[in-house]
Design a protein. Structure first.
Length: 337
């Protein structure tokens, strides 16, 4: 696992430099402070690592994929800036969010600038037309996933559209549709774009999509566990975040609601429905969730998805890169931050 973390860090240094170059295009010196903030806050850089590794697995080289990998990571950070605005989030990765540090207006302007930097990166990548279509489709799916995530929140927004379409109950199928759009679509795109950068076959592109989709669902399910139980100093977010944000679209919460006795189910739903849940309510809700065993079941489901994702790697010619991909998908399921 330490090899994967080290490799991610090394790649992160290279892709970060490329992202900053792309973000600097057309940005005044004073605005660069705003647009650089999200990237400089750090991150695991899993998505660009997938792009580079799938390029290498399909017979290409890192240099063929580095700019496209930067485009993928810019999409991710672009979505995080907007996600933090939507969620009214103050903190990410233990630093103030872009909108919180620079104000709502500049948060919106920064996200718009990111979209243009993404386009600049695409134009400098191999087969830009194909990559543009893949990224555009991924962003559309991401937006739909984010829309559903908002509608899954269990508190009235006093916005006619939201209150009219808000989900009162969520099925597993609803949940998978939401996380498929919000998380898995971009991870799948990252994998397929890597193969495109290597001019790989349609069969290899299909295998990359299969890997990316399974790994993406696993990533979000692992994230759901962390959002409820991880140590705040490790995660860089408030413990119990999804309860404070009234999110029913969490795999652990959905699993728990299926198995909890009526009193505990009622207590959990009261915390999710409270306009401003107290720390005591959230602490009790987390205890109820932990005692339910739901997190253990989610972890088992995550591991099954990871095993299914690994099976797609046998089709690639560069098995050395595939070994790193196996390690990366294991890290996705077992990470603690």
């Amino acid at each position: 696992m330490s090899d994967i973390i080290r490799a991610l860090g090394e790649l992160g240094n290279r892709v970060d430099a490329r992202m900053l170059e792309l973000l600097a295009v057309g940005a005044s010196k004073s605005f660069q402070e705003v647009v650089f903030h999200q990237v400089k806050a750090g991150g695991k850089r899993i998505r660009p690592a997938l792009t580079v590794l799938f390029c290498e697995a399909a017979g290409g080289q890192e240099k063929d994929a580095l700019t496209a990998a930067a485009a993928i990571e810019l999409v991710h950070n672009y979505s995080l800036i907007l996600d933090d605005i939507i969620d009214d989030a103050d903190l990410r990765r233990n630093v103030p969010t872009t909108w919180k540090k620079f104000g709502l207006s500049f948060g919106i302007l920064a996200s718009t600038h990111y979209r243009e930097a993404i386009e600049e990166a695409i134009l400098q990548s191999p087969d830009p037309l194909t990559i543009s279509r893949l990224i555009a489709d991924g962003i559309r799916e991401l937006i739909e996933g984010e829309r559903l995530d908002v509608l899954f929140e269990q508190i009235p927004k006093n916005v006619e559209y939201v209150d009219r379409h808000r989900y009162r109950e969520i099925t597993r199928s609803d949940y998978e549709t939401m996380i498929g759009g919000k998380t898995a679509s971009l991870i799948r795109t990252a994998c397929e774009v890597g193969v495109v950068c290597a001019h790989g076959s349609e069969a290899l592109r299909k295998a990359a999509r299969e890997f990316g989709w399974k790994a993406g669902i696993a990533f979000q399910m692992a994230d759901d566990v962390l959002d409820l139980f991880a140590a705040e100093e490790e995660l860089g977010k408030k413990v119990g975040k999804d309860i404070y944000e009234h999110k029913l679209g969490n795999a652990v919460i959905l699993q728990a609601l299926e198995r909890l006795p009526a009193p505990d189910r009622k207590s959990l739903l009261e915390a999710l429905h409270a306009s401003q849940p107290t720390e005591k309510q959230v602490t009790k809700a987390i205890a109820v969730l932990r005692d339910s065993g739901a997190a253990d079941q989610v972890k088992k489901n995550t591991e099954q998805l990871v095993n299914e994702a690994r099976q797609a790697l046998s089709r690639f010619p560069n098995q050395k890169a595939c070994k790193l991909l196996e390690g990366l998908v294991t890290f996705i399921s077992q990470r603690t931050f």
